[in-house]
Design a protein around this ligand. Structure first.
Ligand code: RVP
Length: 484
């Protein structure tokens, strides 16, 4: 038998040994990390590309808090690209393509566009895109003559405050405040509409000072893709929609088809950050990096809803996998993302201390308002559903997506053909993502102070793990008391 001499360890097998620390307050600790060469995060946390975890609401919340959401790929290409666009539109200083209307359109038309697009105003322009005025909800909602033209109810150009394209946040804030108006159209050198700054967008920016933003001030977002030929089309649509990161996400990422897909994507989209996985060995990290991955995702069988290890017998306990892969990642200058198996902020700290640059969370975020799906109430308690992407129901849905038929055309065989490697489960309802992240990041900051680490790099250097016994593990939680 070819048996490795060392034991595979996971989170509960170890603790971190406290080190001398000069840190007096958690605020001295920086949780900043580098996901890929271009992408920095203020908190080293990604939400998992699972259909019960990350769609646009989760991705927006994650980026607003300084992390990153990876949109799952178990939806049509058009829908995934639209989700990317939603995130990119959610928060930016300048709306680059503001919605416009022509002066001869009716009040009813303006009202209908504002409702459909969920915006509070439209810029009135002529055919050459010269600004003629602004029409806001207050101008149309109470108007009695629905057929009146927009030009009769708009605020005309002479009464608008406008600025040149390239306006800074501070100058825009002053102009809007001094004139006590809510919208600032931006003009290019020929006096045509080039963008729009709104008070609401400035407030959002002030509310999220640590948000993960691109060079245009828009929230960043990642999109998962698979390894099938149509996934190139999926990647192209997501990149076109503004995705900052592509994540090639396959259960066994150390495989020929993943390596080929990674190198094709790198060649096709050389400027888009590319993450690939999942692997559990240093060889996997090296080959994905050589194929063009900018960061590698580590974790085989560790996820809370994953039964790959039971079904196939394969996997590496997660902390050992992360530590071994991170050693290779640091050597190659390729960041490692620890994916799956973390249940507490202590586990997150351990994964990072083992060398990861970021963690990816599924179940810890699945119970939040921003995760897709409705709440379920069971015996007075609130829950949300989380399911593995290799679970029975997810597999069946995926097949239906691939080959849409009438419901009655799906045979019993569709269900019995599947060999699930994931489960469906309930997690307690947990409120807002912001509040959960506050707890996790608070725990991480405290953990870093126990290591005497001001930065993630210092955490890597200072971390010393100690193996513990079941008695040590029991001692670690609340014990010998009745919890109230
Ligand atoms: P967790 O945070 O422990 O819930 O794990 C989430 C991870 O589990 C995902 O990011 C993914 O790598 C993995 N996963 C998702 N579905 C399945 C499965 O069906 N086996 N596994």
């Amino acid at each position: 038998m070819n048996l490795r001499p060392e034991t595979g360890l996971t989170f509960d097998d170890v603790l971190l040994v406290p080190k001398k620390s000069s840190i007096r307050s958690r605020s001295e600790v920086s949780t900043k990390t580098t996901l890929t060469k271009e992408i920095e995060l203020n908190i080293p946390i990604l939400s998992a590309n699972m259909d019960t975890v990350t769609e646009s609401s989760m991705a927006i919340a994650m980026a607003q808090q300084g992390g990153l959401g990876i949109l799952h790929r178990f939806m049509s290409i058009e829908r995934q690209a639209e989700q990317v666009r939603k995130v990119k539109r959610a928060e930016s200083l300048v709306v680059l393509n503001p919605l416009t209307i022509c002066p001869s359109a009716t009040v009813a038309e303006a009202r209908q566009i504002m409702k459909a697009e969920d915006v509070g105003g439209l810029v009135v322009v002529d055919e050459q895109k010269h600004v003629l005025g602004l029409v806001a909800t207050r101008d149309v909602l109470l108007a009695t003559d629905e057929m009146a033209s927009v030009s009769t109810v708009m605020t005309p150009r002479e009464r608008l405050v406008m600025a040149q394209a390239g306006e800074s946040l501070e100058s825009a804030r002053q102009k809007l405040y001094q004139a006590r108006v809510e919208k600032l159209p931006l003009l290019d050198e020929e006096g045509r509409l080039a963008g729009l700054i709104t008070v609401q967008d400035i407030i959002k920016i002030q509310d999220h000072p640590f948000a993960t933003k691109d060079q245009h001030g828009r929230l960043r977002v990642g999109a998962a893709v698979g390894v099938r030929p149509e996934d190139l089309e999926r990647a192209a649509a997501c990149v076109e929609a503004g995705a900052d990161v592509l994540v090639v996400d396959i259960a066994h990422g150390h495989s020929q088809h993943t390596l080929e897909m990674v190198s094709r994507l790198k060649k096709t989209f050389p400027v888009v950050a590319l993450v690939a996985g999942n692997v559990a060995t240093p060889e996997g990290v090296r080959e994905l990096a050589e194929a063009g991955a900018d960061a590698v995702k580590v974790g085989v069988g560790a996820g809370s809803i994953c039964i790959t290890r039971v079904v196939t017998g394969f996997g590496v306990p997660q902390l050992t996998a992360v530590a071994e892969c991170a050693e290779e990642g640091h050597r190659l200058n390729v960041p490692i993302i620890a994916d799956g198996g973390m249940r507490t902020s202590g586990d997150v700290t351990k994964a990072l201390a083992a060398g990861a640059s970021a963690v990816m969370l599924g179940s810890m975020l699945a119970g939040t308002d921003e995760a897709p799906g409705a709440e379920i109430v069971r015996q007075g308690r609130r829950y949300k559903v989380v399911r593995g992407m290799a679970s029975l129901s997810a597999n069946v849905e995926r097949r239906k997506l691939d080959k849409p038929l009438q419901e009655e055309e799906y045979s019993e065989e569709l269900w019995s053909e599947v060999v699930p490697e994931g489960v469906e489960a309930l997690v307690p309802y947990r409120g807002k993502v912001r509040d959960i992240l506050h707890q996790i990041v608070g725990g991480l900051r405290s953990g870093m102070s126990y290591a005497g680490a001001h930065t993630l790099q210092e955490l890597w250097q200072n971390a010393e793990f100690i193996r513990i016994t079941p008695a040590g593990q029991k001692e670690s939680g609340a014990h010998d008391v009745s919890l109230i």
